[in-house]
Every structure is written in C-alpha cells, then in structure tokens.
Design a protein around this ligand. Structure first.
Ligand code: 13P
Length: 255
C-alpha cells in the first residue's frame, strides 16, 4: 500500500491554551504512548511553553512544535519569532498558515510561502495548513481553492522541499465546530491534494508527502478518518488538550 511509504504524524495544536505548569502536566500524561511505534507525535504549543514542553518530552519520541514563524532571520518585526529562535529552544516542527492566522491575522498565501521557506531553511518541519470555507464548499469550488492554495503556498519550492513539508487539510467549517468532515470527504480532499502535488512535483513526491486531516478530530472519529488511504495523520485542536482523548487518537494511528 502506498500509505506505507508515508510518515504518519499526529500533531496537537494547543492554540492559545495552557500555562507552562499545565503544559508539563498534560504532556506527562501521554508522552510515552507512541514510543517504539512509527507514528510521530508532535505537540504544537504556545511560544512561552516551548522550553517546558521540550523538557517534558525528553527521552520519548514526541517532538515539539510552534504555531507560527516569521520569514526574516531577525530585525524590526515586533511580536514575531524567527526560525533560529525556535530551533534554539528545541522546536522541530511549526504550523504555518493555520486558517485562524489567515482569518484573524492577515496571513496570505504569500506569507505562508515565505514562512514555510524560512522554516525549511532552518531545518524545521513545516505543517502547512490549507482548507476551504463553508461558502466555498457549498459553492462547489473546494478543489479550485485547494489547488490554488497548494500552488501559491509552494511557489518556488523544489520537489525535495515539498517532500519535507507536512500538509494539513483543514476545512474551515470543521474547525472547533464539532462538525467533522466525513471520512469520505476527508479522504477525497486529501487525495485531491495529493493529485495536485503529483501534477506539480511528480508521483514520487506525492506518494511520500504526509497529508493530515484536521477539524474536530476526536477520540470517537479518529480511527475512521485515519483509515482513509490518503489521510496520513491528524492536526488536532480541542481533543489534544485532553490527555485521555489525545491518547486514544494516537493509539488509533498506531493500530
Ligand atoms: P479542532 O480539533 O478543535 O476542531 O481544531 C482543529 C484545528 O484547527 C487544528 O489545527
């Protein structure tokens, strides 16, 4: 199966939740679960929790990620964090272009492209988010939106850079709404994205790139979503804040 060619990545996106004390408590509850398996568990925490989280996962296979990164190496960019600064504290992954960044903080395909480039240059693994809104899905233009985002977000990338990037398909209408895409919808969209990558960068890249589903993934629906041929993991918000639920999702990926 082609699926065996790809790394399965289960990533928690904590968004703006948890203090440092709470972060250590939560991580300590699930951190050993994936040891010895091929599933890569990642926890993307607020900047202020990075160092604590890196310390908490020491000795386990869990990796720590941030939720954004700036594209410049340094300079007058108040409030921003560089890739080198993330690497210095031990972050290995970074979410880029989350729909909340695009919606509330003016993130565009152009900045997503630049931020992803900067992350790769520093050796961080980007988790690049794409996805359509409810209006776009209802208008029947989901595929156009996804293919445009993929083309723009990867503009100027080499095949090798695309291969190193994790893509997260997150339909905006399913984020934090409790409204999950059906397993078929998730599989179909991830498969479509893989097809776009195949056309642009070749079948070999498409077969090996990790494509996650994100949007109300939880302990109940994870197994069905993760069983889809083109779904290689999940980007999980709310359910990653509850250790017992996140553990069930990790175990579903390991099954
Ligand atoms: P929820 O799992 O809370 O819907 O959030 C999904 C998400 O945005 C992950 O990045």
């Amino acid at each position: 199966m082609k699926k065996d060619l790809r790394k399965v990545v289960i990533a928690g996106n904590w968004k703006m939740n948890k203090t440092r004390v709470q972060a250590a408590e939560l991580i300590n509850q699930f951190k050993g679960v994936s040891d010895g398996s091929d599933v890569q568990v990642v926890v993307c925490v607020p900047y202020t929790n990075l160092e604590t989280a890196v310390g908490a996962v020491k000795g386990t296979s869990v990796k720590i990620g941030a939720q954004n990164v700036h594209f410049e190496e340094s300079g007058a960019f108040t409030g921003e964090i560089s890739a080198a600064q993330l690497c210095e504290v031990g972050a290995e992954y970074v979410i880029i272009g989350h729909s909340e960044r695009r919606q509330y903080f003016g993130e565009t395909d152009e900045t997503v492209n630049l931020r992803t480039k900067a992350a790769l240059k520093s050796g961080l693994i980007p988790i690049m988010c794409v996805g359509e809104s409810l209006d776009e899905r209802e208008a029947g233009i989901t595929e156009e939106i996804l293919s445009t985002q993929i083309k723009l977000d990867f503009t100027g990338f080499t095949a090798d850079e695309v291969k190193k990037t994790v893509i997260a398909y997150e339909p905006i209408w399913a984020i934090g709404t409790g409204k999950t895409a059906t397993a078929e919808q998730a599989g179909e969209a991830c498969g479509f994205i893989r097809g776009v990558i195949a056309k642009l960068y070749g079948q070999d890249v498409a077969d090996s790139v990790t494509i996650q589903y994100g949007g109300s993934m939880n302990a109940k629906n994870a197994a069905e979503l993760l069983a889809q041929e083109d779904v290689d993991g999940g980007l999980i918000g709310g359910a990653s804040l509850v250790a017992a639920d996140f553990e069930v999702i990790i175990k579903a990926a390991m099954a």
